[in-house]
Ligand binder design. Structure first.
Ligand code: TXA
Ligand code: MG
Length: 345
């Protein structure tokens, strides 16, 4: 790939800077946009070349479809076949961290949907994302803005690290509020849907809108989760990640002993981080699941980028399998990053 000159649009940008980014999008260029879940690597959803270039910039297999972002749920009419259930979901959860898969119309090129007949629709709640989409005047196809194989980016700095020279512009929107990618649902009937990827909109919340909510194979409690998009390689750190299954006391004494031996790094709660200095990264207070979700990818990136050849293992707690709220999403991302490596302590 020939390196591109990347326009960096920092926080506090003015309307005309955002308008330049919008123009790039409209003209088929690549712009990284902040959303409340993770940053997205966007292009016009009507541009076949733009979509092709998104896959190239990420190093992503061309058969994994992109999500299309809108500033208002009703804009889905322009490119997808909506249903009453779509609007019921939109009323409840959009703008917000939910992607709904609908049948696509012909205006969406095959490059966006990887040749498939459906398209994911998402209306992000981040004000900068919505403003950019509105200014661009086109729906924006965007996967997460990481290089294929690294965790989704949740800060401007993560995006610069992965994508400088590979995209036309990066727009800073601060740290992503949610920190984990959207819940993806497939509408399977008039009043039924299937969760394909867990996110901040949980099964209970969806059940208040659709009477029949199921979860895809591999996502049920106790089942071995499949890769994202079912068959694609998921993020795995350079140094193996191991999930510790045990009481707080058992984990603490195991980590103490491992720290004495050396060669380990601990992704942990704020309460424990101080004890281990630069060998630990805090994802927030123990009870604060929102903080864990928000900080998880930054923690994985941090651990992976440690310029410390002595680190041989990364440990963290095994999160609860099942549960409500963000727990299924946290479990899903961590168990895959650890390649299902769980150690009883
Ligand atoms: O929060 C998010 O969803 C972020 C932000 C940027 O919006 N986007 C994101 O995109 O995570 P991506 O491409 O990294 O993940 C989208 C997932 C993939 O696993 C893909 O296989 C699935 O959604 N997906 C997209 N379109 C689909 C479709 N038409 N049918 C089935 N799965 C689809
Ligand atoms: Mg992704």
């Amino acid at each position: 790939m020939t390196p591109k000159e990347t326009l960096l649009i920092k926080r506090g940008h003015n309307e005309s800077e955002l308008a330049s980014a919008a123009r790039i999008l409209r003209d088929g260029g690549l712009v990284i946009i902040p959303t409340e879940t993770v940053y997205g690597l966007g292009c016009s959803a009507y541009s076949a070349i733009g979509a092709y270039n998104v896959f190239e910039a990420k190093g992503r297999p061309h058969d994994n479809p992109l999500i299309v972002h809108v500033a208002d749920p009703a804009e889905a009419e322009n490119f997808a076949h909506t249903t009453p259930l779509y609007y019921k979901l939109a009323k409840q959860f959009m703008p917000g961290p939910l992607t709904v898969i609908l049948k696509k119309k012909d205006v969406i090129p095959d490059e966006v949907t990887a040749g498939g007949g459906t398209v994911g629709v998402r209306c992000p709640s981040h004000p900068t994302a919505r403003e950019l989409i509105r200014l661009a005047g086109v729906p924006v196809a965007a996967p997460s803005a990481n290089l294929s194989g690294s965790p989704s980016p949740t800060t401007f700095e993560h995006c610069v690290k992965d994508m400088l020279g590979r995209v036309d512009a990066i727009v800073d929107g601060g740290a992503c509020e949610v920190g984990l990618e959207s819940t993806v649902v497939l509408l399977t009937g008039e009043d039924s849907l299937k969760i394909l990827r867990p996110g901040a909109v949980d099964e209970g919340a969806l059940s208040c809108v659709a009477s029949d909510v199921t979860v895809a194979d591999g996502l049920k409690k106790g089942e071995k989760p499949l890769s994202p998009g079912m068959k694609y390689k998921h993020y795995a750190p350079r140094v193996p990640l191991i999930l510790l299954d045990g009481t707080d006391e058992a984990v603490a004494s195991f980590i103490d002993a491992e720290m004495k031996k050396g060669g380990v790094f601990f992704i942990c709660y704020e309460e424990d981080a101080k004890k281990y200095g630069n060998k630990a990264y805090s994802i927030g207070k123990k009870e604060d699941e929102a903080a864990h979700a928000k900080n998880l990818f930054a923690a994985l990136r941090y651990a992976d980028e440690l310029d410390d050849a002595d680190i041989k293992k990364i440990y963290t707690y095994l999160p609860t399998d099942g549960g409500t709220g963000l727990l299924p999403a946290i479990y899903n991302r961590l168990i895959r990053a650890a390649d299902h490596t769980v150690m009883k302590v």
